[in-house]
Design a protein around this ligand. Structure first.
Ligand code: ZN
Length: 351
């Protein structure tokens, strides 16, 4: 519908259907004036929901997390991030930003009306502001419930991530979310049908997140040493491209690790070597002229999930893997780690 700072914002069709339904119903029962006021009020709440999502988006962009889009539904919105926040604290800030917007709106209405919005009554305009005031408090309060995937659940996960890492934190936050959703349904059965509806919406999302987190944890429990490529031919930096090509033909192992004594200095893959051999350049140059630089060595017992943090955007994409004595046991490419993460995700999304 619109684009703000490159983030596409869309309105779910059910919102327009709800507006139409409410409008026609109130028009026939109470006349055009009440219907118009009701439409205005629904729109005002809708704007508050939109501002809530924009609060998330602004916090995410500030912390360098790209957004893939915002969708607005009748009773809330979803701000989707293109990737997950890098640190637990960043997720806490992004998740808090939405409810903070609603609390700020409620606070502003409270101050502007000199506190009169708390008790609905008196002038007609004030009654409308009072409805808006309570709507914002409910929006903030409901979203702060520690029920994943609501904002409160994300804040909980962010705080847990600082202590126990992302995968375990997600398992915990999603489990708490399941319990909260069931409690919501039980309390709702006794008091309010809306709470039952909210619980029924939250429960499957918490279930899906738990399944995903369990799969990711399984993957995250693997160590870099287990996924490292260890079949490498080791070369000295002075070896020439022709020598590497001859070795490549003579051995079943194709990739090269260039070692200066015990120190790994560069990596040369077979496709890269053969692209060079096929070019017209002479093969007398040292292999270091075509090899790729290496990232910081990663200890083999590092969890695969944490290993992604050793690579920096635009930096080397391959890192040596070392044992606890500092000996090089192989290499790992950032692409291997990302593929493994995507496989874990794919395995869960098909369920
Ligand atoms: Zn939110």
């Amino acid at each position: 519908m619109a684009t703000i700072h490159g983030i596409p914002i869309s309105i779910h069709v059910s919102f327009l259907l709800l507006m139409l339904f409410l409008g026609l119903r109130t028009l026939s029962s109470s006349g055009p004036r009440v219907a118009l006021i009701e439409q205005g009020l629904v729109l005002a709440v809708f704007v508050c929901v939109a501002l809530h999502e924009l609060g998330h988006a602004a916090a995410a962009l500030r912390h360098g997390v790209p957004m893939s889009g915002i969708t607005l539904y009748p009773f809330g919105g979803v701000a989707r991030m293109a990737r997950r926040p890098p640190q637990g604290m960043v997720e806490v800030v992004i998740a808090s930003a939405g409810p903070a917007v609603n609390l700020a709106i409620a606070g502003a209405l409270f101050v502007l009306s000199a506190g009169e919005v708390i008790t609905p009554g008196g002038a007609f305009g004030l009654r409308l502001l009072s409805l808006l005031f309570w709507a914002n408090l409910i929006l903030a309060g409901f979203n702060l419930l520690p029920a994943f995937p609501l904002d409160g659940g994300r804040i909980l996960r962010g705080l847990l991530t600082i202590r126990m890492g992302w995968a375990r934190a997600t398992v915990w936050a999603a489990s708490v979310g399941q319990v909260a959703a069931v409690l919501l349904i039980l309390v709702g059965l006794m008091h309010d049908v809306w709470l039952v509806l909210a619980g029924l919406l939250v429960l499957p999302a918490a279930n899906a997140e738990l399944r995903y987190a369990l799969a990711v944890r399984q993957f995250a429990n693997r160590r870099v040493g287990e996924v490292a490529r260890i079949e490498l031919v080791r070369l000295e930096p002075a070896a020439t491209i022709s020598e590497a090509a001859e070795l490549s033909v003579a051995t079943p192992v194709a990739d090269f690790l260039i070692m200066d004594g015990h120190r790994p200095v560069a990596y040369l893959s077979a496709p890269r070597l053969w692209a060079r051999v096929r070019s017209d350049e002479p093969g007398t140059q040292p292999v270091t002229a075509v090899a790729e630089p290496l990232a910081t060595p990663i200890p083999g017992d590092t969890p695969v999930e944490d290993a992604i943090g050793y690579f920096h955007r635009g930096g080397p994409e391959t890192a040596p893997v070392i044992d606890d004595q500092g000996n090089t046991i192989g290499i790992v490419a950032v692409g291997d780690l990302i593929r493994a993460a995507q496989l874990a995700r794919h395995a869960t999304s098909r369920k």
